[in-house]
Design a protein around this ligand. Structure first.
Ligand code: GLN
Length: 200
C-alpha cells in the first residue's frame, strides 16, 4: 500500500512522517503522474488559497476530483478540509467532495491557535485525542450523508463521508497516531481497491 501526500504547500512532511512511522510507504504528489500509484491521498494543512491555486496550475484539481469521486480514499486536515468542502463562506475554489459548509479562520484572532481534548464519538472511543487547532476553520453545516466522529464543544471537528475523511485540526502534529491509523484501517483498508479513473 502506498499513500500519496499532496506536497505543493503546507505540512506534508509531518503527515509523511506519521504514516511512515506506522509502517506505510508514502510518496509526495506534485504532478498528475504521481497519483497513478497511490491507494489513498492526504491533503495537508497549510494555506488553502495557495494550495487551491497550485492544484489548478499543475492540473491536479480536476484529476483529484474525479479520482476521489471514483472512490480514492482521501484525508484532509485543516486547509485540506477547506479544499474538500462543498461550500465555503469565503475563499478559493474548492474540490466539492464533502457535503459541509465551512468558515475559514473561524476561531478569531485571540485564539488563533490552541490545543484541546476532543469529544470522540463511537468509532474511536477507546482513545483520547488532542486537537491542535491553527487558524482553524469551523464546520457550520453538516450534510445528511456526513458522519461526525469528534467534536470540540459543539463544533464537529472530525468528519467522514464514505471515502472522504477530514479534520479541522492537525493530527499530524501530536504524538497520537490514532486518526491516521483510522484512515488507513477504515477508509483505505475498506475501499474496494477499484481502479480510479484518470479523469479528463
Ligand atoms: N487558515 C488556513 C486557510 O484558510 C488554514 C490553516 C491551517 O491549515 N492550519 O487555509
Amino acid at each position: 500500500m502506498q499513500i500519496g501526500v499532496l506536497a505543493l504547500q503546507g505540512d506534508f512532511r509531518e503527515h509523511r512522517q506519521v504514516l511512515e512511522e506506522l509502517g506505510t510507504s508514502t510518496c509526495p504528489v506534485r504532478r498528475p503522474g504521481d497519483l497513478s500509484e497511490v491507494d489513498g491521498l492526504v491533503i495537508p494543512g497549510g494555506e488553502s488559497t495557495a494550495i487551491s491555486k497550485l492544484l489548478r496550475k499543475w492540473d491536479l484539481f480536476k484529476l483529484i476530483q474525479s479520482q476521489v469521486r471514483g472512490g480514492l480514499p482521501v484525508f484532509g486536515t485543516c486547509a485540506g478540509l477547506i479544499l474538500l468542502a462543498n461550500e465555503l463562506q469565503d475563499g478559493p475554489p474548492t474540490l466539492e467532495l464533502l457535503d459541509i459548509t465551512v468558515e475559514r479562520n473561524s476561531y478569531g484572532r485571540q485564539i488563533e491557535s490552541f490545543e484541546s481534548r476532543l469529544e470522540v464519538t463511537d468509532e474511536l472511543t477507546d482513545e483520547v485525542f488532542h486537537g491542535v487547532f491553527i487558524r482553524a476553520p469551523r464546520v457550520k453545516r453538516v450534510g445528511p450523508g456526513v458522519k461526525v466522529l469528534a467534536r470540540y464543544g459543539e463544533d464537529p471537528v472530525l468528519l467522514r463521508q464514505e471515502n472522504v475523511l477530514v479534520a479541522t485540526f492537525h493530527p499530524e502534529l501530536t504524538e497520537e497516531k490514532g486518526i491516521h491509523e483510522y484512515f488507513l484501517r477504515e477508509v483505505v483498508g475498506k475501499s474496494s481497491g477499484a481502479c480510479y479513473s484518470m479523469g479528463d
